[in-house]
Design a protein around this ligand. Structure first.
Ligand code: S3P
Length: 170
C-alpha cells in the first residue's frame, strides 16, 4: 500500500488533515516534525537556534529517505520539505503526494498565536508573504494540489484526499 504524503506551507493544515485521514482510514499518521523533535530531544526552535537551519534540513532529508521506504502510512511533512526536490521525488516513488495551498491571509489566521516556527519569528505577516512568494513555484509544481484558503473545515479536504487515494489504488 502506498503512503499518503501531505506537503504545503506552514499553517495549511497538513497535521490536522492528516489526523482526520488517519481517523477515517485507520492508517497510521507520522508527523515528521514531531518525530524529529522526539529523536533530537529538543524543539524545532532549539534545533534552528543551536544547530542552524542547514542541520535541520539534513535531519529532514534523512527522515524522508527512511519514510519513503515505508508503506501504508500518512506522512505529514514540514513546510520546507519542498526545498530539496529529491525529497518529493523519493516520496513519489511509493506515495501519493498532495500539496495543501493557502493564501497568506489564511496562513496568518492559522499561525497568529504560534511561537514554535522559527522562520516566522518577528514580523509574521512579512515573513509569511516573503516565504510564500519564494516557495510558490515549488508548491505549485506538485501534481496534486488542494487550495484550502477560506475553507472553514478540514473535513472536506481530508475526504478529497481519501477519495483520490482510493481512486489511484483501485
Ligand atoms: C518549516 C515548517 C515547519 C517546521 C520548521 C520549518 C518551513 O513545519 O518544519 O519550522 O521551513 O516551512 P510546519 O509546516 O508543520 O509548520
Amino acid at each position: 500500500m502506498r503512503n499518503i504524503i501531505l506537503v504545503g506551507f506552514m499553517g495549511t493544515g497538513k497535521t490536522t488533515v492528516g489526523k482526520l485521514i488517519a481517523e477515517k482510514t485507520g492508517m497510521p499518521l507520522i508527523d515528521m516534525d514531531s518525530l524529529i523533535v522526539e529523536r533530537a530531544g529538543k524543539s524545532i526552535n532549539d534545533i534552528f537556534a543551536q544547530e542552524g537551519e542547514a542541520y535541520f534540513r539534513q535531519l529532514e532529508r534523512e527522515l524522508v529517505q527512511e519514510l519513503a521506504a515505508t508503506s501504508g502510512n500518512i506522512i505529514s511533512t514540514g513546510g520546507g520539505i519542498v526545498l530539496n526536490p529529491d525529497n518529493i521525488a523519493d516520496f513519489e516513488k511509493n506515495g501519493l503526494v498532495v500539496c495543501l495551498l493557502a493564501d497568506a491571509e489564511s496562513v496568518l489566521d492559522r499561525v497568529r498565536h504560534d511561537t514554535a516556527r522559527p522562520l516566522l519569528a518577528g514580523d509574521k505577516e512579512k515573513n509569511i508573504i516573503h516565504l510564500l512568494e519564494t516557495r510558490r513555484p515549488l508548491y505549485e509544481s506538485i501534481t496534486h494540489k488542494i487550495n484550502t484558503s477560506g475553507r472553514p473545515s478540514p473535513i472536506p479536504t481530508a475526504q478529497e484526499i481519501i477519495d483520490l487515494y482510493e481512486s489511484i489504488n483501485s
